[in-house]
Structures are given as C-alpha cells and as structure tokens.
Write a protein that binds this ligand. Structure first.
Ligand SMILES: O=C(O)[C@H](O)COP(=O)(O)O
Length: 406
C-alpha cells in the first residue's frame, strides 16, 4: 500500500484504494472517444516462446478500450514472423506486427541509412522508434502506451493505470511513467535501477550541484521501468538512444520539451517480476553489464546537452562518489528487506556495484574518445522533413507484411 507523498516535481498517482478494475475500464472506454489509445509492444521473437507473453496476450484480449496494438518484432526470420502473426491473431483489437528484420522494413532502413537517419544499432530503442513512426502514420491513437513483453506478473489493471493519467479528458499530462516494487520469490530485484541509477544520479548531484535535470530524474521512483504512456505527438519530437539508454533518453527528452507539470508517474502494481538478465560480468556485450554501460553513456550525453562538461579526472571522482553512495544504499536496502521478510544477497549486490563503478569509467572513456558517435536516433519530425513520404510507405509495408500472403 503506497502513501500519498508528492515529490513536488512531477505528479505522483498512487494506488490508495485498490479501486476495482471494472470502474477504471468503464471510464477508459468513455475517455477513448476523445483520446483513442494505441499500445506498442516491443518484443523479441524469443519472448513469444517465453513464459510471459502468452499470458499478456490473454489479458490484452479482454481490454475493451484499445484502438490498436502495434507489436515491434525483433530477431525473427520469415517462418518466425509467420508464427508471430498466428500468435497475435487471437487479439480482437486491430493489431499489426512490424517485422523489423523483414525485407520490406529492411529496405526502408537502408533508405534511412543512406541519408544518415537510420538507428545505428539494433536494440529496444530502435524497435520502439520504428513503432513510434508507425503509430504516427496509422493515426489511430491520440495516446500511446508501451510496456515490456517479459512481465511475468502482468494483469490488465497495469495497462488501465498506465493510460489513465494521460487519457483523462480533464488532465493535461503529456507523459506518464510507471513504477512498482520489483519483488519476486522473496527477493528484492531491480538491480540496475537500485544499485546503479539511483546512486549515480545522487553522485552527479553531489558533483554538479542540484541541477533541475538531475533532481527531475531522481524524482522518478523507477526511472528504468519499460512502462510509459504519452500523447502521440510527444513521440514525434524526441531523439532516443537505440539501445538500453532508451528509458533515460525518453525521460530526458520529455523534460527538455515540457514543463514538469505536464509529466507524471503512476503506481502500476503491488509486485512486478520479469525475465532477469545475467549480470554478465565477463562479457560487456550482454546482460546488466551492457545495460549499465548504455545507461551511463546516455546519461553523460544528455548531461552534456545541459552544459555539463566532463573530464577523465571528473569520471574518476564520479566513480568514487558513486561507489560510496551505492554501498550506503545497499545497507538501507538490506535493512528494509529484513523487516519485510525478504532476502538480499549483499555479496552479489556489492559485486554488481563494483562492476557498475568500473563501467562508469568505461562509459566515460567512450564518451571522451568518441565525440562523433551518433547514439541518438533522429526525431520523426526530422525524418519527415528529409523523406516526407517515408512514414506512409512504412505504413503500407507493414500492411503488406500483415496481409494474408507475405
Ligand atoms: O530495472 C532494472 O534494474 C534492470 O532491468 C534489472 O532488473 P532485475 O534485477 O529485476 O533483473
């Protein structure tokens, strides 16, 4: 049960009364006339075979207010795409799959590449970016929500709560971010969020003063959650990273474009569990190792756009400050866990913090050594300026891929 604290920066929507889902959904159906809703599901083909997605689709089948569901499908060959079409066919809502590796969308990607506009690397950010372009072209929704496809504890109340703040006709929020406790099987999870992002933001505040941007980021209870909703025009103007920096990138872009009065967060669930990636300490190309590098790079680059300058010496200080703050937080997490009868492996937590600390330096060197890197994908506004009919052609390509014969 959450309290009713407001942090004074963004509005916080709590779950104070466990209001029945039927009441929320009834309102959402009424709101949908004025603000129709699209749902984007960024998915890997492998997730169709995992334990979460079949249940998510079962829940979605019963959602009465959605105008469309757009599934961004990554890492699928032709046969797998055909399987995905069958898999999602049970959705009663209008739905389309973006076969990102298919020949039609690849051809458009090549065209964008020729103009220097294509995402530079594969990843969740790239997948979401293409889906964002598609929902603009399909023009079915005024409000768009996104959630991950590996949520093991999914129920459709999560989606209702995620949409509500942005679709209520008398509220004028542009963007809403979800939060929840990542607790499962007696353990406290959310390792990158708890052990890296929170102490890193606080270390940056110690070093650079209480910048409004850092205060703002730190006001999110779960900055890395993959669940957010927004008015559809928000998607047009933002530049997001192609990789795991997506969540931090989106939060940064909405901060740049809107007053914090137009931004909010919402309590989505009492517990949340998903697929846990390995830490992957030995291999920086995967797992939480890679995720922490991508996030640190995205944060440094966004801070640079706020006028913050970095140096090798500064990164060393950041590492030391972060490390101390992270160890103090582990103590707090541990005590909180004990009182709640949860388990926390302090050794594993400290090992993760050591890795993240090293990665802050690693990401720092990448930042200082590659000033010309293009980690952010251009906004769709820019794509439309360069190739005006590309979104429409993408729409047609998706229609053809989803038609009976591919
Ligand atoms: O949100 C996070 O911190 C990362 O996605 C890792 O989450 P996990 O520890 O719950 O796997």
């Amino acid at each position: 049960m959450s309290d009713f604290h407001q942090n004074g920066i963004i509005t916080d929507f709590h779950n104070l009364t466990r209001r029945p889902l039927a009441a929320l959904e009834e309102e959402l159906v009424a709101f949908s006339e004025r603000r129709p809703m699209s749902l984007i599901l960024p998915s890997l083909f492998a997730e169709l075979e995992g334990p979460a997605l079949a249940h998510i689709v079962e829940e979605l089948r019963r959602v009465p207010y959605l105008a469309e569901v757009v599934i961004g499908l990554d890492r699928a060959d032709r046969e797998q795409f055909l399987h995905a079409r069958e898999f999602f066919a049970r959705l009663p809502q209008h739905h389309r799959i973006l076969w990102n590796d298919g020949p039609r969308l690849q051809a458009l990607d090549n065209e964008l590449e020729a103009q220097g506009l294509a995402p530079q690397q594969p990843g969740k950010g790239r997948n979401v970016w293409y889906c964002a372009g598609y929902v603009q072209a399909s023009n079915r929704g005024r409000v768009v929500a996104l959630h991950d496809c590996d949520i093991l504890t999914y129920d459709r109340g999560l989606l209702a709560r995620l949409f509500y703040p942005v679709v209520h006709p008398h509220f004028n929020y542009e963007f809403c971010k979800g939060y929840y406790p990542r607790i499962a099987e007696g353990r406290l999870n959310g390792r990158v969020s708890r052990l890296m992002v929170t102490p890193l933001l606080r270390a940056l505040k110690q070093m650079h003063g209480p910048l409004p941007y850092l205060e703002y980021l730190d006001s999110y209870r779960y900055a890395l959650s993959g669940e957010f909703s927004m008015r559809s025009e928000v998607l047009d103007g933002i530049r997001i990273p192609a990789d795991w920096g997506l969540e931090i990138g989106v939060l940064s872009e909405v901060h740049r474009n809107y007053s914090t009065k137009r931004l909010c967060q919402v309590d989505l669930a009492d517990a949340y569990d998903h697929k846990h990636q390995p830490v992957s300490a030995e291999d920086a190309s995967g797992g939480l190792n890679r995720m922490s590098l991508d996030i640190a790079k995205a944060l440094y680059r966004k801070l640079a756009t706020q006028g913050v300058t970095f140096s090798a010496e500064g990164f060393r200080t950041l590492k030391a400050t972060y490390y101390r703050l992270a160890l103090d937080l582990i103590e707090a997490y541990d005590h909180d866990a004990v009182m709640n009868g949860l388990r926390l492996d302090r050794h594993a937590e400290e090992q993760a913090v050591e890795l993240f600390a090293a990665n802050l330096l690693e990401a720092g060197s990448a930042f200082l050594d590659n000033p010309g890197e293009r980690p952010f994908i251009p906004s769709w506004n820019r794509v439309r300026a360069a190739i005006p009919d590309l979104p429409e052609r993408m729409f047609q390509a998706v229609e053809r891929d989803n038609a009976a014969a591919v």
